[in-house]
Design a binder for this molecule. Structure first.
Ligand code: FAD
Length: 495
């Protein structure tokens, strides 16, 4: 066997919790004789970023499943709990010293604080003479590699998509990498069971159910709410979805149909790679981004929305500072009626489709994409509530919470973002409901109070049909509130 570049490598995992097609893991296994993996939980920073119990539970339980798979290949996974990102560089320097590490490998992360943390780690490890390699893995292509003619990041999705497809339509470039080979059973003995770091932090091999002030979410080891964790669950879902992808473009907007992939929780914690998704869809689409299957083509475009928002946070880090992309929208006189926001959170607005969607979120940690747009438009336009409150609530509840996609989605709906819905285009929740849940099937599943309503009445129950103690009257008049929101935004434009 040819000698490898480094005797001992360390892989630092974050939101890339899988064996298969993991660039950092593959690079480390290819270049190092012996290999260990570390995960560092920073619950205070996670909390300050808005990460909620569900997404953290998904992360920790996926990690536990991954630890077992790695150990089968004789690769140990260590766990360390610190409070904030600020402590990470020093801790990693100590770990590298104590484990005698020659090189550190990780996959790049793009929000501002993650980028700062990673730059600090590189700097600190430089003084330890430990090289750090960050790979492109979360996205298909590295943010910065795709720009407008004038070298700027794209601000609008459609030209971004066109440029991406023009560059990559030969279908090449995204072939998944194999899982790492085992370095051999003899390497188990190389690694200690645990080590103590300064400040009484221990690098250990057991992964807790919860960290910091996070609450334990029901589901045991293998589930978070109804979601089975881990790579094999993700791959099964991807395979099942490949069987219905051809109808995706026709059915994806109907929340009562199981038409979308529901892969977002796995893509976000990294139990599944985006390249595996692309490989499956390109396979269905004759090897091209625009090809023979309208369903596969339409799904690939959704993966490009994900890509677009990841690139956006790198080019326009302003959005990572709790600021709207369009500075003039900072002047919007957002409503201070906290009771409205509470009713929206609880699914008690009296607008059936909004309530059903919010209850889906609260019960399952996930919401259908069409409904994310409907409830976000309702909160920011009809209730004229600051989009940041909705963004934060979604982060708290979603099992697929991802800063880039969530911030992008909220700023889109609130007309404050880069690729925003024009301010005068406000979703009418009643027409959306009639169009995309015509029989009221989805509403009935989550709002049992309306079970007895006919398909005609369920979208907007007529006055007097229900007792107010059974189901509330609508929180606002959607026509009036829409008009008001448009006026507010129009004044910003002229002001
Ligand atoms: C207000 C709002 C908030 C959102 N918050 C999040 C979030 O925190 N995390 C998240 O992953 N997605 C978010 N989305 C995007 C989208 O709603 C979800 O990705 C999608 O509903 C996930 O379901 P799925 O896996 O079945 O999607 P599918 O329809 O099967 O799509 C496949 C994948 O493409 C990506 N994708 C699809 N639509 C979008 C989109 N509009 N923007 C970015 N990526 C997309 C996701 O990774 C998704 O898993 C948000 C959208 C809105 C409007």
């Amino acid at each position: 066997m040819p000698k490898k570049l480094y005797p001992r490598g360390l892989v630092w995992l974050r939101n890339d919790l899988r064996m298969d097609d993991n660039t950092a893991l593959y690079r480390a296994a290819t270049n190092c004789d012996a290999l260990a993996v570390v995960f560092i939980a920073c619950p205070e920073t996670w909390r300050s970023h808005g990460d909620g119990d569900n997404v953290v539970a998904m992360r920790l339980r996926t990690l536990k499943a991954l630890q077992a798979s790695l150990w089968k290949k004789h690769i140990p996974l260590y766990f360390l709990q610190l409070d904030t990102f600020a402590r990470v560089p020093r801790a990693l320097a100590q770990i590298c010293r104590k484990l005698d590490i020659d090189a550190l490998f990780a996959n790049a992360e793009y929000p501002l604080n993650e980028q700062r943390r990673d730059a600090a780690v590189r700097e600190t490890l430089k003084s330890e003479c430990v090289p750090v390699e960050y790979s492109t893995d979360r996205t298909l292509t590295s943010p910065g590699s795709l720009t407008t003619g004038s070298g700027e990041g794209f601000k609008v999705y459609t030209p971004f998509k066109r440029a991406f497809i023009a560059r990559f339509d030969n279908g090449g470039g995204f072939e998944p990498l194999p899982a790492p080979r085992s370095p051999g059973a003899e390497h188990r003995a190389v690694w200690p069971e645990w080590i103590t770091l300064a400040g009484e932090h221990n690098l250990i091999r057991s992964i807790p159910d919860s960290v910091g002030d996070y609450n334990v979410v029901p589901g045991g080891d293998r589930k978070v709410l109804g979601w089975t964790v881990g790579e094999s669950a993700a791959n099964k879902l991807l395979k099942a979805f490949s069987g219905r992808i051809s109808d995706y473009h026709n059915q994806r907007d109907y929340p009562a149909m199981a038409a979308t992939s529901r892969l977002s929780p796995y893509l976000n914690c990294g139990a599944l790679s985006v390249r595996r998704c692309v490989q499956m869809a390109l396979g269905e689409n004759g090897g091209h981004w625009v090809g023979r299957s309208a369903g596969a083509g339409s799904w690939l475009c959704e993966l490009l929305w994900r890509e677009f928002y990841q690139h956006l946070v790198v080019h326009y880090p302003r959005v990572c500072r709790n600021l709207p992309f369009k500075p003039e929208t900072e002047q919007v006189p957002w409503s201070r009626r906290s009771a409205d926001f509470e009713r929206w959170c609880q699914g008690q607005t009296g607008v059936p489709i909004v309530d059903a969607a919010m209850r889906q979120l609260n019960q399952t940690g996930w919401m259908h994409n069409r409904l994310r747009m409907v409830v976000a438009s309702f909160l920011t336009k009809n209730l004229l509530t600051d989009w940041r409150k909705g963004e934060r609530y979604f982060m708290q509840q979603l099992v697929d919470a991802d800063f880039a996609a969530n911030n992008g989605g909220w700023q889109w709906a609130a007309s404050t973002g880069t690729d925003a819905a024009p301010y005068f285009r406000v979703f009418n929740p009643y027409s959306q409901s009639k169009k995309f849940d015509p029989e009221g099937e989805f509403i009935r599943a989550f709002v049992p109070e309306l079970e007895g309503c006919s398909a005609r009445d369920i979208h907007c129950p007529p006055v007097g049909l229900l007792r107010s103690e059974d189901y509330p009257a609508p929180i606002c008049d959607v026509t009036q509130s829409r008009k008001h929101a448009i006026e507010v935004f129009a004044n910003l434009k002229s002001g």
